[in-house]
Unconditional design. Structure first.
Length: 275
């Protein structure tokens, strides 16, 4: 196996064209994602037209914009809402950029350690999708099946972690796979509403399937991988889920039967979320 398979890849490897404030950079990032969403994200499914994106003027403009991230002073993103929206949007666009740059055809699993291998420079620091998800947005918690936290003691990136953890971030991060949440673009001004909508959309679109007659509930594997993020116990996790269900009778049923429901977990579909 070639050493190249294991080589990390800096995606925004060009020279910055200008220095802008973090707030302006975050706004431009959102605008660039809005442009991509309007043309290349399929409404209702969240699937992405990767092949068409690559050749588009919108994407080429985004690539130039991504180099300006190197000039950012992350300390100036002071408000919690600013930081969460920025990091969610950045995670999602890094994954899209990585899929295109590495020529992923059918699944991100084609690329060894995809979520650690691709990364961006933001300010003076480097961030992979794993660094953003587990280090920043999950407050430096261990990834599933890992013994170690992303950031060790003394890592300067610890200054940027988001605490306390908001478990709804799990319904916003799009890992390039069919079982991922739908992709969207997030804003500091409307973040609370947007996170709630993301949770409702994921949970009511197959992420949770309740069978009241059999007293069983089938959950996305996200709820297994990150069980502790949703509650200290399985009952707490189920009550978290119940809050976002559309049907009142389902919410009530889970509240009343949470400690008796049989829980199963769905297989995760790692096929590329393309159309």
């Amino acid at each position: 196996m070639s050493w190249y398979v294991f080589k990390k890849m800096l995606l925004n490897d060009g020279e910055p064209q200008e220095e802008v404030s973090p707030q302006e950079m975050a706004a431009r990032l959102k605008s660039a994602m809005d442009n991509l969403r309007g043309t290349f994200f399929e409404a209702g499914t969240g699937r992405i037209a990767y092949e068409r994106i690559q050749q588009s003027e919108s994407y080429q403009a985004y690539l130039k914009l991504s180099n300006n991230l190197k000039t950012m002073d992350l300390r100036m993103l002071a408000r919690r809402e600013e930081r969460i929206a920025f990091w969610i949007n950045l995670y999602n666009v890094i994954v899209i950029h990585g899929v295109i740059a590495l020529g992923v055809k059918d699944s991100v699993k084609e690329v060894w350690n995809f979520f650690r291998r691709v990364y961006y420079q933001v300010g003076r620091y480097f961030f992979s999708p794993d660094d953003i998800e587990h280090g920043i947005l999950r407050g430096n918690r261990r990834p599933p099946y890992s013994l170690f936290r992303p950031f060790r003691a003394g890592d300067p990136r610890l200054d940027f972690i988001v605490e306390p953890l908001d478990p709804r971030i799990h319904f916003t991060l799009v890992c390039g796979s069919a079982s991922c949440p739908f992709i969207d673009v997030y804003t500091p001004e409307n973040l609370e509403v947007e996170l709630t909508i993301a949770a409702q959309a994921f949970i009511n679109s197959g992420g949770v399937v309740l069978d009241r007659s059999q007293q069983t509930i089938s959950l996305s594997r996200i709820f297994k991988w990150y069980a502790g993020d949703f509650g200290a116990t399985q009952v707490e996790c189920l009550r978290f889920i119940a809050f976002y269900l559309d049907k009142e009778q389902d919410r009530t049923f889970i509240e009343e039967h949470a400690n008796r429901l049989k829980v199963t977990y769905q297989n995760y579909d790692w096929r590329l979320n393309r159309y």
